[in-house]
Design a protein around this ligand. Structure first.
Ligand code: GLN
Length: 473
């Protein structure tokens, strides 16, 4: 990004030239990364950015082309959540993050594909068809922010926004060989993000490098009164220099390296951790005893919240309406039956069941209690270390047709990413190598709440001494 910003100032290229070239590439794209391209809007803001740069504006985000996951509201541009029920929904307002990016002069290129309502890990449950992984088009880019990850990896944009409820920024970042941050809960406003599971959802930046990700994070973070969970601040700017790792304690949880972790992923991740040792960090073993319940807890809490959040799609206020309007109940049920895909329906049913009278105590309440134990595990672990490191996903990207009929095996892949959402902690995935199949492997770093800058700068230090982030598909 800094490179593009510099070339703009040197007159080697302009935002308009850059955006025109990207529009042409996206037009020929076979990855299906975008749901909607805002050709006109992007060219207009590129022209405006070009003028500002000509007048001496030195904001590094000015004229930078950014892609946005299609569950983040954009005024006048349809926001579909890759669902049939919202396929013609045009928001009348911008999400907070979009306002922030526009205020900095960034160019919103268009909206990227996702698993329907961000529920999934493959970007195959989209009503607009699957997105493909630029490293191997027969494989999934991961999900749910698979369109954003594929677009960044394939060079169809400079950076992107995704959303992460249980790993949807970090997992596709890992599968596509890019960098992705799930910020501390409450530091990026959820105003204008279509809600999936409100206590877990967080918008996160995706880019080639930790520096790019830090710059987008700085642009979108900050207090917003319209989100009741938004943290008042202060929000100091992230230093873009690598963290001095001498004396930094990196905790490695043994539970992250057990059964289910592919041997080639383990090898690359361990080598990545060794790189931190070379940079001066002390590696210590930490215990996260309740993490093994993370998936069970998440797959109760997330569907429970989703079932409540998705009740608003009733054919009356938002989106499509199907069925006989004279019979209200028939209209509701027909709208929801035809508008939602099968994974979304599965989550609504799971969530409604977990919240129902008589089961609430056994499921939702119990899950919330175990969630507190996981928060407590992290608190204790962070008395012994400054950063926790491990894999982002147990395996590399798999074939597009694999696992589609086996939701449980997909849910299990979220084992390493879910804990940070349950505890509200910042977590980043950075490229650390390649599997035996040649596909990218991600290394995950986590820190205590509000120390996003620590893992971003640890990522910068790692990337300043490695080349994995420079390898292109
Ligand atoms: N894979 C997880 C799920 O299916 C995470 C989704 C997300 O982070 N949006 O719920």
């Amino acid at each position: 990004m800094l490179d593009t910003a510099r070339r703009y100032r040197e007159g080697k290229t302009s935002p308009t030239q850059e955006v025109e070239a990207l529009i042409e590439r996206i037009g020929k794209d076979t990855l299906n990364a975008f749901v909607t391209l805002d050709r006109q809007g992007a060219l207009t803001s590129a022209a405006r950015a070009g003028i500002a740069i000509g007048q001496g504006n030195d904001d590094p985000l000015m004229g930078i082309p950014i892609a946005v996951k299609d569950n983040i509201c954009t005024q006048g541009i349809r926001t579909t959540c890759s669902s049939d029920i919202l396929k013609r929904f045009i928001p009348t307002y911008d999400a907070h993050v979009i306002e922030r990016l526009k205020a900095r002069g960034a160019v919103i290129l268009g909206k990227t594909n996702l698993d329907e309502f961000a529920m999934g890990s493959t970007t195959t449950t989209s009503a607009f068809g699957p997105t493909r992984n630029p490293w191997d088009e027969t494989r999934t880019p991961g999900g749910s922010s698979g369109g954003s990850a594929a677009a960044v990896a394939a060079g169809l944009c400079t950076a992107a926004l995704g959303s992460d409820t249980g790993g949807s920024v970090r997992q596709p970042a890992s599968f596509c060989g890019i960098t992705g941050l799930k910020p501390t809960y409450g530091t990026v406003s959820r105003y204008g993000l279509v809600a999936f599971a409100s206590s877990l959802d967080q918008i996160g930046p995706m880019g080639r490098t930790a520096r790019d990700v830090a710059m987008v994070y700085d642009a979108v973070k900050g207090h917003d009164r319209r989100d009741s969970t938004s943290v008042p601040g202060p929000y100091p700017a992230t230093e873009l220099s690598g963290l001095d790792l001498r004396g930094v304690r990196i905790g490695v949880p043994g539970v992250f390296f057990t059964q289910g972790l592919a041997h080639d992923v383990e090898r690359e991740v361990r080598q990545g951790i060794e790189r931190f040792r070379d940079l001066g960090a002390a590696i210590v073993e930490v215990d996260l005893a309740h993490i093994r319940y993370g998936i069970a807890v998440y797959y109760l809490i997330a569907p429970a919240e989703a079932s409540s959040n998705l009740a608003r799609y009733d054919g009356v206020r938002y989106g499509e309406r199907f069925g006989d309007e004279k019979d209200l109940f028939a209209m509701y049920s027909e709208t929801r039956a035809r508008g939602f895909g099968s994974e979304v329906k599965r989550r609504i049913m799971l969530g409604t069941y977990a919240l129902s009278a008589g089961y609430y105590d056994a499921y939702y309440r119990k899950a919330s209690q175990v969630r507190t134990l996981i928060v407590e595990d992290f608190r204790k672990a962070f008395t012994r270390c400054d950063i926790i490191a491990g894999p982002t996903v147990p395996i590399t990207a798999f074939g597009l047709a694999e696992k589609v009929d086996d939701p449980l095996s997909l849910y299990l892949l979220d084992i390493y990413t879910i804990p940070a959402n349950l505890a509200g902690l910042p977590a980043i995935s950075i490229p650390c190598g390649f599997g035996d199949d040649g596909m990218p492997v991600g290394l995950q770093l986590m820190a205590p709440a509000f120390q996003d800058d620590v893992i971003l700068r640890a990522g910068i230090a790692f990337q300043d001494s490695t080349h994995f982030h420079e390898v292109r598909p």
